[in-house]
Design a protein around this ligand. Structure first.
Ligand SMILES: NC(=O)C1=CN([C@@H]2O[C@H](COP(=O)(O)OP(=O)(O)OC[C@H]3O[C@@H](n4cnc5c(N)ncnc54)[C@H](OP(=O)(O)O)[C@@H]3O)[C@@H](O)[C@H]2O)C=CC1
Ligand SMILES: CC(=O)N[C@@H](CCC(=O)OP(=O)(O)O)C(=O)O
Length: 347
């Protein structure tokens, strides 16, 4: 059994980790932290976990974290970088769901997250947690910066068109028009995610610049092997879970004869969690709710030069905790799908 710790067990990604790990079969949940609820049994706060999780919350400086084989940080940005070194030195692998180890350039991190990076030497060894792009490096890593929720959908959607320097689309006019449910903003109280504010409402935000833009550009540039330019506009939808990303790309003249449906099907043929839907499909967020799947559909209206890629995922599963469990499975040489073969929840 792999001993697991979770820092930030009272938040949405923390409780989602608990839901998935409690039925994983290969792990023991050893420590789950909360600053405010230390001492309270986890299942008292989350009755959905009664009979599944039998530990109590402990303080984030709990020494049991150092006795774990892996610790997940389901915390705001800046928390993992303060504790990662000590855990790594104690032989513990670290998977951070926040952005501390995503951006390779500390100046970019400081610019977008308004805090200094205090662990820059570890940035160099940290591996980006997106298995469909980085599987081999993840297997060998001891420190992971998990991909963000929107960046997961955008990188999966553009990957077949860009990987290995392919010259199929214009790379300076990429557009990602993305919508997220309110659980993407976390469980903390905020006016913008109140029911009366976010319900029966729909709005764009971060149009001037969102912190996921540099992460997407960094990832897409690595996939392509050359610079790309992307316009990203996120929107808040009155959903609880789910991300729907509509991606636009202009087909280059020399690539007009490409069978893009086939290209996508071949690219993801061996991916357990990426489903390329039949031509013409319009994936719905509810088709992935509660599951680790991303579903993708490729459209080319009028057989013209515009390609539209639709991607759906559950922000809390493939966009966060499920993908983190997928990454843990790879790091510990377990079957990649273990604990994640969950059928999405309808209606
Ligand atoms: N929600 C989503 O869809 C996604 C979130 N993420 C990222 O995952 C991380 C967690 O997100 P989410 O679960 O939504 O956030 P929440 O706000 O729901 O939860 C945050 C958790 O962190 C704990 N926490 C807060 N500050 C500290 C601190 N200084 N030290 C230790 N623990 C702390 C809180 O517990 P307590 O106050 O009890 O200590 C709480 O359990 C964030 O970085 C987020 O950006 C990534 C992908 C998707
Ligand atoms: C709806 C909503 O507010 N979403 C969040 C992004 C989700 C998130 O938690 O960000 P990371 O993936 O970087 O960790 C936002 O736009 O800030």
């Amino acid at each position: 059994m792999i001993n697991v710790g979770i820092v930030g067990g009272t938040g949405y990604t923390g409780v989602e980790l608990l839901r998935l790990l409690s039925r994983h079969g290969g792990v023991k949940i050893k420590a789950v932290t909360s600053r405010k609820e230390a001492g309270m049994p986890v299942a008292d706060m989350f009755p959905s976990l009664r009979g599944c999780v039998d530990v109590a919350f402990s303080s984030p400086d709990d020494s049991d974290l150092k006795k774990c084989d892996v610790v997940f940080f389901a915390t705001p940005h800046g928390v993992a970088m303060a504790q990662a070194r000590e855990l790594l030195e104690a032989g513990v692998k670290v998977i951070d769901l926040a952005a501390d180890f995503r951006l390779k350039d500390p100046a970019e991190f400081q610019k977008w997250y308004a805090m200094e990076h205090t662990c820059t030497d570890l940035l160099a060894e940290a591996v980006y947690g997106l298995p469909e792009v980085n599987r081999d490096a993840i297997r060998k890593a001891r420190l992971i910066g998990m991909a963000g929720c929107y960046p997961t959908s955008v990188q999966l959607g553009f990957k077949p068109l860009l990987e290995g320097g392919k010259k199929l689309i214009e790379t300076d006019t990429l557009i990602a028009d993305c919508k997220s449910g309110v659980s993407g903003a976390g469980r903390k109280a905020e006016v913008g995610t109140l029911f009366a504010e976010a319900g029966d409402n729909f709005k764009a935000y971060g149009v001037k610049g969102h912190r996921h833009s540099p992460e997407m550009v960094q990832g897409l540039t690595a996939i392509h092997g050359a610079p790309v330019h992307l316009t990203f506009v996120p929107h808040l939808t009155p959903l609880i879970r789910g991300i729907h990303s509509t991606l636009y790309a202009r087909i280059l003249p020399q690539a007009r004869d490409t069978d893009f449906q086939k290209l996508f099907e071949e690219c993801f043929a061996n991916e357990p969690f990426v489903d390329v839907m039949p031509a013409g499909a319009t994936p719905e967020t509810r088709s992935v709710r509660g599951s680790n799947y991303a579903r993708i559909a490729v459209h080319r209206p009028g057989n013209g030069d515009l390609l539209i890629i639709l991607v759906v995922e559950d922000n809390l599963v493939k966009g966060a905790s499920g993908q983190a469990v997928q990454v843990m499975n790879l790091m510990f040489d377990l079957p990649e799908q273990q604990g994640l073969e969950i059928v999405p929840l309808l209606p």
